[in-house]
Design a protein around this ligand. Structure first.
Ligand code: ZN
Length: 193
């Protein structure tokens, strides 16, 4: 099923989840635009105040370039322009990872956090490993076909109709497949298969 069909089904069958994705993207776009506006205005006013700065145009151009690079090529790009992708789970394992809870170098406080790692292969044979909280483990098995829908945190299982568990794509809580809404965050559970 192509992403356009999934999108229209999502809009129809789980309108609250659809709205959640849209709002996430809108909020992100507003944040990025605000940040860019603040940086550019500050640069503009600073340059205007410093009367005899040489190469004003060059400085302004560099700042615009940095803003552009950050907004469209770096971090926010994934959410704003990223693609949804289909993958197959090739391998699955659980592991405990030591994570730093505090600010690095100010204070360190390591905590053991358990994760489930999914080794994935896309239709184009690209491989990738993703890390999800361990409680999601029961929702994904080796051989499952998944769809990582852009804007959501947890993938949909697209095949395997006999599955009894379903992972909420927003909060990651494991639900009975018969549930229509997530037990934890109450958002609609979207079932592709
Ligand atoms: Zn949930």
């Amino acid at each position: 099923m192509d992403i356009k069909q999934i999108k229209s089904r999502l809009k129809r069958e789980a309108p609250d989840l659809y709205r959640y994705v849209r709002m996430r993207k809108i909020k992100k776009a507003i944040k990025v635009l605000l940040l860019d506006t603040v940086i550019l205005s500050l640069t503009w006013f600073t340059l205007a105040e410093m009367n005899r700065v040489k190469n004003k145009a060059v400085i302004l151009f560099c700042v615009i370039a940095i803003c552009f690079l950050y907004s469209f090529l770096a971090k926010p790009r994934g959410l704003l322009f990223g693609k949804s992708w289909y993958v197959t789970v090739e391998n699955k394992y659980e592991q405990t990872v030591k994570e730093n809870e505090g600010f690095v170098r100010i204070y360190t406080q390591f905590e053991n956090v358990r994760y489930v790692f999914l080794e994935l292969k896309s239709e184009k044979k690209e491989t990738k490993t993703v890390r999800l909280p361990a409680h999601c483990s029961r929702g994904y098995e080796v051989g499952d076909k998944l769809l990582f829908y852009n804007g959501l945190h947890f993938p949909f299982v697209t095949e395997n109709t006999e599955k009894e568990k379903i992972v909420c794509s927003r909060c990651g809580a494991v639900n009975e497949k018969s549930n229509s809404a997530c037990v934890d965050c109450k958002i609609s559970l979207f079932k592709i298969s």
